[in-house]
Design a protein around this ligand. Structure first.
Ligand code: BG6
Length: 490
């Protein structure tokens, strides 16, 4: 792989994602020695920039957002020998003629046809024109070498996602399309498959006989901030549940794949998503809570209410919080509820998956025995904990819940890469395992569509929660019927 040169093109190369995530990720891959010896990155942006302004801005991004902190001057200098600003309007042919000539020129210089990675870091409205032009100009014409990475949002509903898939599949082969969900690049998320399928002791327990319920909770303390114009048209269900939370659910719930490869894993993930019980209007009201934050205080700082945010309609009906109960109708998960929740402007950032085991059917101790619980913490801590009962030292038989912990921080000296580093490298290497196939994205949309439809008919009241709280009371009521609360790290 390292000896295969690569041409990388970021459409939207001067945008926020490139600044915060993509260039810092490529830079880290470069200094860790993961990029090919010969490579070039082109950041395509419609406006011209003064000489050196692009590199300067990107360096600022690396210094602010790279997990390694500030770039070393000499390393950054070497990296910029591979980083180019490319002024070009996405909507005109001339951009693509020049782009093709530039990439062809590199191929000539490198004496081989390089891998091409085209990254769409653009508003969804540009995907069609860019794809048509890339195809027309034969920029991604080699099925095995040319890849297109498509950022979320992948459509705004099932129909638009299908439309987008049709367009991409008409112009390119499915194995060239890398639909990205950055949650799949997170270290602990990648570990879920290892944990489940490399440790045989858990597999016999991983079903409705032993598991009482599963909670998947992705809470954020950040507000919509500067993203009001996008978010107000999206909301938490589209922004987080349709993609990140359902991907986490499929990793926890899927059957063991035949092989650890893109096709088998993605097949199993779609299979389990297809078994999610479809919501009806009644269950969309009863089992789904939607809510919006009102003025409050997050981490000691005043936080305006959602409707007061910039670029948010003053009478907005967009949800910033969702909690829901999901059933999976297959033998493994019969009768096991999956509780999902996510929201913005909450008390704390925390992404956790909690597998709550059943109570022991036979009680021999006087003390209340707390059922076992496995907590997979994705962020901010990267940790897997198993809660179990043990005896308190002393003359009496007294029990106490204890924790068996695996923390990345304590177990490894290696620092975990950023999700984008992992996924960009996979895409460069042509490994689509952690990317979303067309049918996966459509199945995930099918799950949320009845809820969106019910809401569009004004069914299911919009609840309120104070910024800085843990969300609306109704979400607590939803989980209470599962007899326990929303759980966090012990
Ligand atoms: C993005 C959403 O996909 O994920 C954002 O659009 C959200 O609204 C973000 O804040 C959360 O990602 P992370 O990696 O910070 O948990």
């Amino acid at each position: 792989f390292k000896s295969t040169p690569a041409n990388i093109v970021i459409f939207g190369g001067f945008g926020d994602l490139a600044w915060r995530k993509l260039i810092p990720a490529f830079y880290n891959l470069y200094i860790s020695g993961y990029l090919p010896e010969k490579f070039a990155i082109y950041g395509v942006h419609y406006q011209g920039l003064p000489e050196g302004a692009y590199e300067k801005h990107m360096l600022e991004g690396v210094n602010l957002f790279s997990r390694r902190g500030k770039a070393k001057a000499a390393e950054w200098k070497k990296f910029t020998d591979h980083l180019y600003f490319f002024q070009g309007d996405f909507t005109i042919d001339e951009t693509y003629t020049r782009l093709k000539a530039t990439l062809d020129e590199n191929d000539k210089k490198w004496k081989t046809r390089a891998t091409r990675l085209l990254y769409y870091s653009v508003a969804p409205s540009f995907i069609e024109v860019i794809s048509n032009s890339v195809s027309k100009h034969n920029i991604a014409a080699q099925r095995e070498k040319d890849r297109i990475v498509v950022e979320k949002p992948f459509g705004t509903d099932l129909a638009s996602a299908k439309g987008l898939n049709d367009l991409l599949n008409k112009l390119f082969y499915e194995n060239q399309i890398y639909r990205i969900d950055h949650y799949l690049g997170k270290e602990v998320v990648q570990n879920i498959s290892a944990f489940r399928f490399a440790n045989y002791i858990f597999e016999p327990l991983w079903n409705s006989k032993f598991i009482d319920q599963v909670q998947i909770s992705v809470t954020e303390s950040v507000s919509v901030g500067t993203r009001g114009s996008y978010y107000d048209k999206s909301g938490a269900l589209r922004d987080m549940v349709q993609n990140h939370l359902l991907q986490l659910l499929s990793l926890v719930a899927m059957e063991c794949p035949g092989n650890y490869d893109a096709e088998d894993i993605r097949k199993q993930k779609v299979k389990v998503l297809k078994k999610v019980r479809p919501f009806t209007t009644a269950t969309a009201i009863q089992d789904v809570v939607r809510a919006q934050y009102t003025r409050g205080e997050v981490k000691g700082k005043e936080q305006p209410g959602y409707k007061e945010e910039t670029n948010v309609a003053r009478n907005s009906t967009t949800e910033t919080y969702v909690a829901m109960k999901v059933w999976i109708d297959n033998p493994r998960w019969k009768g096991v509820p999956f509780y999902l929740r996510t929201g913005k402007s909450l008390e704390k950032q925390s992404s956790v998956i909690v597998v709550q085991f059943k109570d022991s059917p036979h009680k021999i101790f006087k003390d209340d025995v707390v059922p076992n619980r496995l907590v997979i913490s994705i962020q901010p801590e990267q940790k897997i904990s198993l809660l179990f009962e043990g005896k308190v030292p002393g003359l009496e038989m007294k029990l106490k819940p204890l924790e068996m912990d695996f923390s990345y921080h304590d177990s490894f000296i290696e620092e975990a890469p950023e999700a984008y580093e992992t996924l960009l490298l996979d895409a460069l290497e042509g490994d689509a395992t952690q990317f979303i196939r067309a049918d996966q994205v459509e199945t995930a949309w099918s799950i949320v569509m009845p809820i969106l439809n019910a809401w569009s008919k004004e069914k299911g009241d919009m609840k309120k929660y104070k910024a800085g709280s843990w969300g609306p009371k109704e979400a607590e009521d939803l989980i209470k019927e599962g007899r326990i609360k929303w759980l966090m790290l012990p």
